[in-house]
Design a protein around this ligand. Structure first.
Ligand code: ATP
Ligand code: MG
Length: 553
């Protein structure tokens, strides 16, 4: 816990509750609906709920809000558990709102017995037409005055499967004139003859959000139930239920959801991207899903840092995607192994280097000694980056050009003597000579050059496919634009380089290894990578002193 950082409004509430003795310990929950994969917005909620539990010595439950049988699947449950754990959090209990179906049913019976709920035969349209508007009171349904006994009997028959979908609903009997539309006799149960991913066909009536969420909080003794701002109008109903059912007084607090530029963040929209083939899968590295970001090479730490930095507010705002990338670079800069990979290869021949000779050069793995070193083989023919060569040096060009000298990283200073072109006039070989006395770490020449470039040895390098990603959308807020958000998809968000060469040390990596390809960005192995064909994702570009230097020319 950092002392300097001021408390957010939820922390202030919790500290006051602990100080006053209202609670001895706190219990929060993260309550995803298992109808899709988690995204970066959920990460904010996870970090907040689990973070509070950790900070105040309390606990946090993982509760699947699985009350809608139609959209929920076990695949989603599994992915959500994996994502929460990967983010670094452990839940106290794994719970399912569907485990409370029997208890919720009894709560509903209790409300009926108290004269606070009734069975309504009205159709959805009729209910809507009697609901009124925020300024015009609603009107009572003809079924509102049913007797308690009649309601108990009808509700039991609803449960027993006597009616078809939509034929009847159970409603709370509150106030059809309430200024809060959510208090105008909200629906509590609907009939749905559908198979549920956990309860199977045991139920054909399912509780609505407002009759499941708060009650689940109470059943679990959740002290602080944290949700996003759109639930503010539900809070009155949340409290009404606790009051009338006389159950544990959980309290709801709302914070602003995370919105980010150049992406969309609703599971419904993300699902469309997957099912309509705009991306390959939920874990496509361009997706703002936690699984997509993990596959792309994001670290859990960078996501936690990001969530901490953006803080918890009560006002909606839009966070720049580059802030997340900033957190990512900061973390990768500490953790990534420095290696060499050439994305756009051009052959370089060291004409005065002995044929068939290989030297095992030592190269640093990281920014300081703690990272250790590795062996990089060096030989007469190298791959270098095509963009590191100019046929005619521009002003202040510190890389390869006829007559110019550069240092090969961890190797020698070389001088470019000339080049050849193929039949199409494309440069296909650069010819250089090396200065043996300039070997890195043993340089006795006293020479200095302004440019250092990366390389790999032709005979030792390993071929690789490299996938470069750009933003998935062309506009900052695709969901807010006119028309369908999919019209704003960036068609060039994936570029595949199939002829890259990387140093052979990369053969021993795993998808968990984070690399910095010198001067090229941060990369990781993709899950589709195999020893026979390495596949890398570019996680993020470097902050980029290099591109600034290029711009100067
Ligand atoms: P979506 O709109 O993406 O489908 P949801 O709110 O329906 O999201 P849930 O599974 O119900 O998804 O969300 C679980 C928890 O995560 C809820 O408490 C919800 O408020 C929170 N959450 C969802 N999206 C965001 C977001 N963008 N920022 C912060 N919290 C979020
Ligand atoms: Mg939801």
């Amino acid at each position: 816990m950092s002392e300097e950082k001021s408390l957010n409004f939820i922390e202030e509430i919790i500290e006051a509750d602990l100080e006053s003795g209202k609670y001895k310990t706190i219990l929060t929950r993260f309550p995803p609906e298992p109808n899709g994969y988690l995204h970066i917005g959920h990460a904010k909620s996870i970090c907040l709920n689990f973070g509070l539990g950790l900070k105040y010595g309390g606990k946090t439950n993982l509760r699947f809000d699985d009350t809608n049988p139609v959209k929920e699947e076990t695949e989603y449950v599994d992915s959500i558990k994996e994502d929460v754990q990967w983010l670094g959090f452990n839940w106290e209990k794994e719970l399912y709102a569907s485990d409370y179906f029997e208890q919720l049913y009894l709560f509903a019976v209790d409300l009926i017995k108290k004269g606070l709920a009734y069975v309504d035969d009205s159709s959805a349209e009729e209910i809507a037409s009697l609901k009124g508007t925020p300024t015009v009171p609603g009107m009572d349904s003809a079924n509102r005055s049913r007797t308690i006994d009649e309601n108990l009997q009808l509700f039991a028959q609803m449960k027993a499967g006597k009616y078809a979908d939509g034929e009847k609903v159970l409603r709370a009997k509150i106030d059809m004139a309430s200024p809060n539309m959510h208090m105008r006799d909200p629906l509590l149960y609907r009939i749905k003859h559908a198979h549920h991913h956990r309860t199977g066909d045991a139920w054909c009536i399912y509780p609505m959000y407002d009759f499941a969420h708060g009650q689940s909080d109470s059943i679990e003794n959740i002290t602080h139930s944290i949700c996003t701002l759109e639930f503010i109008p539900h809070r009155e109903l949340y409290d009404w239920m606790i009051d009338k059912l006389e159950i544990f007084p959980s309290q709801q607090y709302e914070f602003a959801r995370l919105n980010m530029t150049y992406t969309v963040m609703s599971k419904r929209k993300l699902l469309q991207l997957v099912t309509e083939g705009h991306v390959q899968s939920w874990d496509d590295p361009r997706m703002p899903t936690i699984s997509g970001m993990r596959r792309r090479g994001f670290t859990a730490e960078s996501i936690r840092t990001f969530c901490d930095k953006i803080g918890v507010a009560r006002r909606e705002n839009m966070i720049d995607f580059s802030l997340l990338e900033f957190c990512l670079r900061e973390d990768l800069n500490k953790s990534a192994l420095r290696v060499m990979g050439v994305l756009d290869p051009l052959k370089l021949i060291i004409t005065n280097y002995p044929d068939g000779q290989t030297e095992e050069l030592v190269s640093e793995n990281g920014p300081d000694e703690a990272y250790g070193t590795r062996i990089v083989p060096f030989s007469k023919e190298l791959w270098v980056e095509r963009e590191d060569f100019m046929e005619e040096a521009a002003k202040k060009w510190f890389r390869l050009a006829p007559g110019a000298a550069v240092r090969l990283k961890s190797a020698y200073i070389i001088k470019c003597d000339g080049f050849t072109k193929d039949a199409n006039g494309i440069v296909n070989e650069i010819h250089c000579s090396y200065l043996p006395e300039t070997k890195s770490g043993h340089d006795t020449s006293g020479m200095s050059v302004k440019g250092t470039i990366h390389w790999v040895s032709v005979t030792h390098a390993v071929p690789a496919e490299v996938r470069l990603y750009e933003r998935l959308f062309k506009v900052e807020n695709p969901a807010a634009e006119d028309g369908d958000f999919k019209e704003y998809i960036n068609e060039d968000s994936l570029k595949i380089i199939s002829n890259a060469w990387v140093e052979h040390s990369l053969l021993s990596g795993t998808t968990a290894t984070r690399y910095q390809f010198l001067r090229k960005g941060y990369f990781c192995l993709d899950k589709e990578s195999a020893a026979s064909k390495l596949v890398f994702n570019r996680t993020v570009t470097l902050k980029d002193a290099w591109s600034k230097e290029v711009k100067k020319h």
